[in-house]
Design a protein around this ligand. Structure first.
Ligand code: ATP
Length: 361
């Protein structure tokens, strides 16, 4: 996947956490396994998946908050250097925005202080007057006006949407090349989510920022992004240009997500609405002891013998679209287009609604 035009890449990264079980026994959580993503200047990639699929962990690897257990992160094709200085230089280019704008801001400080502090750290050459001008300019860039007034407010005096704009202004203060947005709109009021997506869209278009947009909501991914990558239980299952992936998903899990996604006209759905169908098929697997083979196979109505034992290889579908699914290796990909996920599930169940042990195929 190496390409000079990528600003930030994760190449075959895995992250395993060691946790202590109830009896004090060490256990390994395989939060991310062999994942690859690549971001281009001015491009937006959505990382979509249900809770616990590893999206945040992958973003934290890209933000250099954790070292990967395996694989590497490349900034403009260069592997990361160690040390504090290198980390600071890295964070001047790559900024992470969390979903909770209140938790991200110190409640004791006015907006001006928060932005000024970042400017002092990252632009030590700027004098006081220069920093005052930059604070106003940053607040205007995120459409917070009158900027001079907003600068004097404390976080609790702002709405959730205004706070998230301050968080974005602080990220922009370091003049980054990449923004990693971890569900940046999910805690905001539904009525202002679209405004926030439009702000993110403007930043990538006007400033050439590369954006990783993490969400469980495929409708907002469709609105904002050029490309979509889908994660399931720590693994990437499919990635490709948005319209191709949504128009004709090539992995059963993507198909489930797309078919259970709400009408874009109705806006973003809640988790239950999105994953209702999936939940009927049982819980997502434990990442301490994930299923062998394809991690989706226990919930997949198309599963066959290989899926239960061997991890599916990557199939390239052209135009940057790829998937990890045995259907493609076994000449059965056409079945995905010929049915809905719900009908495929129904076909694997007996008349009493009980799942058969083996697919009839
Ligand atoms: N520091 C950690 N120590 C142990 N386990 C962790 C740690 N961070 C994440 N995990 C585990 O890794 C798995 C993936 O979590 P992650 O937060 O990356 O998923 P997610 O897709 O972002 O979910 P959500 O949408 O709920 O934020 C989960 O099982 C989680 O409990």
């Amino acid at each position: 996947m190496s390409d000079d035009s990528y600003v930030l890449e994760a190449r075959n990264v895995s992250k395993h956490f060691t946790v202590r079980g109830a009896a004090g026994r060490a256990r390994v959580v395989r939060a991310v396994e062999d994942a690859s993503v690549a971001l281009r200047p001015g491009g937006v990639l959505a990382l979509v998946g249900e809770s616990g699929s590893g999206k945040t962990t992958l973003a934290r690897l890209l933000a250099r908050f954790h070292p990967p257990t395996e694989g590497e992160i490349l900034l403009r094709g260069e592997p990361l250097r160690r040390g504090r200085r290198a980390a600071r230089a890295y964070h001047a280019e790559v900024q992470l925005i969390f979903q909770d704008p209140f938790g991200s801001l110190n409640p004791l400080h006015r907006v001006r202080y928060t932005l000024d502090r970042t400017l002092r750290l990252h632009e030590p050459g700027l004098d006081r007057a220069g920093r005052r001008r930059r604070v106003v300019e940053l607040l205007e860039r995120v459409s917070l006006s009158p900027a001079a007034e907003v600068a004097e407010k404390f976080p609790h005096e702002l709405s959730g949407g205004q706070r998230q704009r301050v968080v974005i202004a602080r990220a922009l203060a370091v003049r980054p090349k990449v923004l990693l947005g971890d569900e940046p709109i999910s805690m905001l009021d539904v009525s202002i989510r679209l405004d926030m997506l439009n702000l993110l869209h403007r930043l990538r278009a006007d400033e050439g920022l590369a954006l990783l947009y993490i969400t469980h909501d495929i409708a907002s991914a469709r609105y904002l992004c050029d490309d979509i990558a889908v994660m399931y239980a720590g693994r990437m299952v499919e990635s490709g240009p948005r319209e191709r992936l949504i128009g004709a998903p090539q992995h059963p899990y993507t198909k489930l997500l797309v078919e259970s996604s709400p009408d874009p006209e109705r806006g973003a759905a809640g988790r239950d609405e999105l994953f209702g169908d999936a939940d009927q098929l049982g819980e997502p697997p434990s990442l301490i002891d994930p299923p062998d083979g394809c991690r989706f196979h226990p919930r997949c109505p198309f599963a066959m013998a290989e899926c239960r034992t061997q991890s599916p290889p990557r199939t390239e579908l052209g135009d940057g679209h790829w998937t990890h699914c045995w259907l493609h290796q076994k000449g059965r990909a056409g079945e995905l287009a010929g049915t809905t996920f719900a009908s495929a599930v129904a076909a694997t169940r007996g008349a009493d609604g009980v799942a058969r042990q083996e697919s009839a195929r």
